[in-house]
Design a protein around this ligand. Structure first.
Ligand code: GLN
Length: 194
């Protein structure tokens, strides 16, 4: 198995370390040819406007969208979630537009600053959920599954082959959610133990 990590901008090296800690190979995706021969892709946090612009400039937006719509497993964090979303509040058009959710950019950041929530999970105990100027998921379609909630709001969601979260699991020292992504590629029927 080979996982591609979109490496145009943002916190991609931290994701590579997580994937390697699971004994899985990864490559950096920097051009559209890199999208071939990968079994899944990670869209890292960073600055979604810059990442979106670079995806367009390098002719990667449409090939990546097609691959995701055709079932390529995706694990998206923060800016990555923004790139996937159908609707970005206050902006006229989306980027990849594959995930039926509505989000508000920098929503947690402006109101609350960056923060960490410690959330307890079955089997592994507490994990830190690290929010950095995070997008707020304001609406989800009926068939989008909520994986993790905070104060009644979804902060991690799954829609078939797409897993997306507002926070940064790659900045913690726990690879639980990356492991779930790898497990999903092998066994999509498996559920996250929360
Ligand atoms: N605020 C960023 C954006 O809109 C996302 C923040 C992050 O990835 N930590 O792109």
């Amino acid at each position: 198995m080979v996982i591609g990590v979109l490496a145009l901008q943002g916190a991609f090296i931290e994701h590579e370390k997580m994937i390697e800690s699971l004994g899985v190979d990864c490559i950096e995706v920097k051009q559209k040819e890199d999208l071939e021969n990968i079994d899944g892709i990670i869209l890292p946090g960073g600055e979604s406007t810059v990442q979106g612009l670079l995806l367009k400039e390098y002719d990667m937006l449409e090939p990546l969208r097609d691959k995701i719509n055709n079932g390529l497993p995706v694990f998206a964090t923060c800016a990555g979630l923004i790139l996937l979303s159908h609707v970005i509040e206050g902006e006229s058009s989306p980027y990849l537009d594959t995930l039926p959710v509505k989000i508000k950019r920098n929503a947690y950041g402006r109101q609350l600053g960056s923060f960490v929530i410690n959330k307890k999970f079955k089997n592994v105990g507490e994990l830190p959920l690290i929010f950095i100027r995070a997008p707020y998921i304001s609406k989800i379609d009926n068939d989008v599954e909520v994986l993790i909630e905070n104060d009644g709001n979804p902060v991690a969601v799954q829609y078939n082959n797409q897993i997306a979260m507002a926070f940064h699991p790659e900045l913690s020292d726990k690879n639980y959610l990356h492991r779930y992504f790898i497990e999903q590629i092998v066994t999509p029927s498996l559920k996250l133990a929360v």
